[in-house]
Design a binder for this molecule. Structure first.
Ligand SMILES: Cc1cc2nc3c(=O)[nH]c(=O)nc-3n(C[C@H](O)[C@H](O)[C@H](O)COP(=O)(O)OP(=O)(O)OC[C@H]3O[C@@H](n4cnc5c(N)ncnc54)[C@H](O)[C@@H]3O)c2cc1C
Length: 512
């Protein structure tokens, strides 16, 4: 079956749902193709018996007034999904220490905590806060980065102000450079803390994370920003975006996996999308334009010889993003320490440092008296695909034991406490999300790939747009929503139309 629409969006993760809802809301005929039987992608969920597990994302940013999700939901005329603010946003446990570093929501409490934990580091935090304030105000003015057309450049220039230009001096600096500049370069304990936090959000440690990106993620847990835990499950976010899409008249086609994308010859132009629909039946769809949210590493297979050679070389030169190993478990609630909060990081050697997320009583993820425990760690993805089945299973068992040993150290959990435990590897993520090698986390926020040096949403192929975690401003549901907004604005501008979010409140610059 073949049909034609204005825009085909590929992938119903948070980026694709947001772009599709925005474009349909502007009166375009939009079809959203999703390979899986449900939306959400890396921010989706799955059920096991009485438990609901968040597959990847477990906490959200951007719910504060002026935050990306909050702005978009106001535009869609929808309430944000129910969520509780996290306080602390995270408890960070360094190896060999008893007391964690807590990222309190109250900025003053966080200042006291960091001054007690890292004496003498205040100049570093103050510099980060200054850079964050200007970056945040800049982001709230919806710049286009990196610019690839006169219109893009106009949007970028309109978002600049003297503070942004001044912080532009730090465009090629790393967080480690800021530490050195502030006389904190020798504080090994602070460095370990920063490495843990930054790896979580930028895939890179302090000496490889762009200073302007790192300064913002280090301010994310405090008001007026903050981190939230969704009631029910992470799927609520995608379910609400599905609602926005349906209300705007857009179509979501689940179980539609795109396998090929080629430009159409002739005066009408546009794109032909081919793939497999339900029960493996082939489908074809024609679209004037395409917004692709699958990772850029998937483009060579989808486009084949159509992909310009220079662009293909650029994609090939990006280092591999990480894969993820994730333990999904459940335990009796009374076995968990009460004071830790819902999210923690543990500096851990084997298989690596853990990010741990617990369910809250009554949040819909586990029966009363029980809790889900999710622990994730980054891993090089490709080696997982070369293993024969027995070696793969042995490696999985080894990793699971390593993670459970970490959770024993962090939470005191004993082997008998586990009511459920299963491990996902990059192979599982490749199957769940369609991502090549199960790569997660975008391109990494090294200065050479950050902001102006990143991959653009505007591709060299007319009518083909990118968004998602490989595109500015990077990973996280809040980040990919902004990339969806950027690509949608570019697409509409090409049709001579503007897109300004309705009822946009003033951006909320951070403090501290
Ligand atoms: C372990 C882990 C923990 C994380 N923790 C957090 C967190 O706490 N907070 C946070 O904000 N972020 C977190 N993230 C990151 C966040 O989940 C992602 O950055 C974000 O969800 C990516 O959204 P996306 O729409 O760009 O991509 P995806 O979510 O990957 O969506 C892409 C969609 O495209 C579909 N698709 C793929 N190929 C095809 C095809 N050929 N045809 C049709 N459809 C296709 C997929 O099925 C998928 O639904 C985490 C990620 C992981 C893996």
């Amino acid at each position: 079956m073949s049909s034609r629409c204005d825009v085909a969006v590929v992938g119903a993760g948070v980026a694709g749902l947001t772009a599709a809802a925005l474009l349909a809301g502007e009166g375009l005929e939009v079809v959203l193709l999703e390979a899986h039987s449900q939306s959400g992608g890396c921010a989706g969920t799955f059920r096991r018996g009485p438990y609901v597990f968040d597959v990847g994302a477990t906490q959200v940013a951007g719910f504060e007034p002026g935050g990306s999700h909050a702005r978009l939901f106001r535009h869609f005329g929808l309430e944000l999904p129910a969520a509780r603010p996290l306080d602390p946003g995270c408890s960070v446990q360094l190896a060999g220490e008893r007391e964690p570093i807590r990222l309190w929501r109250d900025p003053d409490r966080w200042i006291q905590e960091r001054q007690r934990q890292f004496p003498g580091s205040e100049p570093f935090w103050q510099l980060c806060a200054r850079l964050h304030r200007s970056s945040w105000a800049f982001a709230g003015r919806d710049p286009v980065l990196p610019p690839r057309s006169p219109w893009d450049l106009g949007q970028l220039l309109a978002a600049l102000d003297p503070a942004v230009l001044a912080s532009g001096l730090f465009t090629t600096a790393t967080i480690a450079d800021l530490l050195t500049l502030c006389g904190c370069g020798g504080d090994a304990r602070l460095r370990r803390f920063l490495d843990l936090q930054l790896r979580l959000y930028s895939q890179e440690p302090a000496d490889r994370t762009a200073a302007l990106y790192g300064a913002t993620v280090l301010a994310m847990a405090q008001e007026p920003l903050g981190l939230w835990h969704l009631e029910g499950s992470m799927q609520q976010l995608s379910a609400a975006l599905e609602q926005a899409l349906a209300a705007a008249g857009g179509q979501l086609r689940l179980r539609h996996r795109l396998t090929g994308l080629r430009p159409l010859a002739g005066r009408a132009g546009g794109w032909c999308l081919e793939g497999q629909g339900p029960a493996g039946r082939p489908f074809q769809l024609e679209a004037v334009e395409v917004v692709c949210t699958v990772p850029p590493q998937a483009l060579p297979d989808l486009l084949g010889p159509v992909l310009p050679a220079g662009y293909r070389r650029r994609l090939d030169r990006f280092p591999d993003p990480s894969g993820a190993l994730v333990l999904y478990g459940a335990v009796p609630r009374h076995r968990l320490p009460a004071e830790l909060g819902l999210h923690a990081q543990l500096e851990w050697a084997d298989p690596g440092s853990l990010f741990v997320s617990l369910s809250a009583e009554g949040d819909g993820r586990a029966p009363v008296g029980q809790a889900t425990v999710i622990a994730s760690v980054f891993t090089p993805a490709r080696p997982w695909f070369g293993l024969e089945e027995p070696a793969y299973q042995a490696r999985k068992a080894q990793v699971q034991a390593g993670i459970q040993a970490g959770l024993h150290a962090l939470l005191g959990l004993e082997p008998a406490d586990w009511l459920h435990a299963e491990l996902a590897t990059p192979r599982g993520f490749a199957g769940w999300t369609g991502r090549p090698f199960g790569f997660v986390g975008g391109l990494g926020q090294h200065p050479s790939r950050f902001g102006p040096f990143g991959l653009a949403s505007r591709t060299p192929l007319p009518g083909l747009w990118l968004c998602g975690d490989g595109i500015h401003p990077g990973e996280g549901t809040a980040g990919v929503s902004l990339s969806a907004l950027m690509a949608s604005r570019q697409l509409l501008a090409g049709r001579g139309r503007g897109l300004r979010l309705r009822e946009t409140p003033a951006a909320a610059p951070g403090s501290g």
